[in-house]
Design a protein around this ligand. Structure first.
Ligand SMILES: [Zn+2]
Length: 301
């Protein structure tokens, strides 16, 4: 009998994220909900976040992040993990930063996004083999948004999902373990922003999503409006009860998040009434499950 078919064995969820703070802006309520209901939840953070800018005016001028951004973010990450009730592991890579300018400057030598895939993926393969997740969450091939570390995080997650179960690959990274399901998160799904936008308008409030919606409604080359999603939602997790926990975890990343900013534009109550879910796309499953799903562990319980 395999671990995944034994209901006595706790289920395990691993989410792969590029920087400390990404776990709290993408899928945090899902993770808090599963952790609270007995699932073993772990976040793998690929990089140290050392090239993040200070995004919170209240933190400007504080000496610690100025002197040691990676150190400040380790403390923030520990707070966020404790708020979410999850485990967290650093994969040990250096933040590549978001290149800006025209032409774009080259990525810093040795940073995460510059590494050969096998080297970048090895620590995650090792973590998958020791933590033994049944489900892995990742970004899509655009990284959710095209930051080079997010695209690399996607690549290493897919590589680990495919390679961890094969004892012939990464032979120095522990005993093989085959995860059962791989999802891409759809935290920024246009359908969700559309619903929130109209809920705000209906309540006579200002919506910060108008531009996002207009971009979404632009037709594709074949005239589809909006263009079909490359990875449509297959799985909606009802986790509205954990929206406050998610917001608290996000605010714990205080160098990166303006508590008056975009992420907090819609109250948790209005979100619960409008879109009480976090959305995912099932990309690969080694167990049978029927779509649409309401549980990342459908087919595993
Ligand atoms: Zn990031």
């Amino acid at each position: 009998m395999t671990a995944s078919s034994n209901s006595q064995v706790p289920l395990r969820l691993l989410a792969v994220h590029a920087h400390p703070d990404d776990e709290s802006s993408k899928g945090a309520a899902t993770m808090a909900m599963y952790a609270a209901t007995g699932v073993d939840v772990m976040v793998a953070t690929c990089t140290d976040g050392s090239r993040g800018d200070i995004q919170n005016p209240a933190v400007e001028g504080e000496p610690h992040p100025k002197r040691d951004m990676a150190g400040a973010r380790r403390l923030e990450m520990a707070n966020a993990a404790s708020i979410l009730g999850i485990k967290q592991a650093w994969l040990g890579f250096v933040d590549s930063g978001l290149p800006e300018g025209d032409p774009l400057p080259p990525l810093p030598a040795g940073s995460f996004a510059t590494l050969p895939l096998e080297r970048a993926a090895a620590p995650l393969v090792r973590l998958v083999r020791s933590f033994k997740p049944h489900v892995i969450l990742s970004y899509d091939e655009n990284g959710g948004y095209p930051h080079p570390d997010h695209i690399m995080a996607h690549r290493v997650a897919v590589e680990a999902f495919e390679a961890a179960g094969d004892p012939g690959r990464y032979p120095d990274a522990g005993e093989a373990w085959e995860p059962s399901k791989l999802y891409y998160d759809r935290a920024f799904s246009p359908e969700r922003f559309r619903a929130l936008h109209f809920a705000l308008e209906e309540a006579g409030l200002q919506s910060p999503y108008a531009e996002r919606l207009a971009a979404w409604l632009e037709s594709d080359a074949e005239g589809h409006t909006p263009p079909p999603a490359p990875h449509p939602t297959t799985t909606q997790i009802d986790c509205g009860d954990y929206f406050e926990v998610r917001d608290d975890a996000l605010r714990a990343h205080r160098t990166q998040v303006d508590p008056l900013g975009f992420f907090f534009a819609v109250s948790p109550d209005m979100q619960r009434r409008t879109w009480p879910w976090e959305d995912y796309s099932l990309i690969h499953s080694r167990v049978p499950s029927e779509l649409p799903e309401k549980d990342l562990f459908a087919g595993l319980r």
